[in-house]
Design a protein around this ligand. Sequence first.
Ligand SMILES: [Zn+2]
Length: 121
Amino acid sequence: MKHHIFRKYEISSAHYLPGHPKCGVVHGHNYLIELGFETKDGEPLYLDFAEIDLRVKKLLKNLDHRLLNDVIKYPSVENIATYIFKELYSERLPIKIVRVHEDSRSYCEVVGDYDEDISGE
Ligand SMILES: [Zn+2]
């Protein structure tokens, strides 16, 4: 059995998508970010949220109140979710699911395996 433990964070950021008819103009979102961490088989069901918060907030500081285009080449919701997944993965956190909500109706979900090699992607 696997357990996914979620923690939510919020950031406010600006972005634009070059060439997009509507989103090509600079605008902002209050992003809701849900991070799902997986407890691996045989490991204790324990994640230290204080430790996770420290590391996640360090990452999100690079995105909050920033123009995301300065950090991510084409900051679509998919690319933002992928960026967050890879950054947390490289921090060796047991990240499994990243959801980035642009508004109350739309979000992107990235699901990856902590043990898989994503370095080539
Ligand atoms: Zn947008």
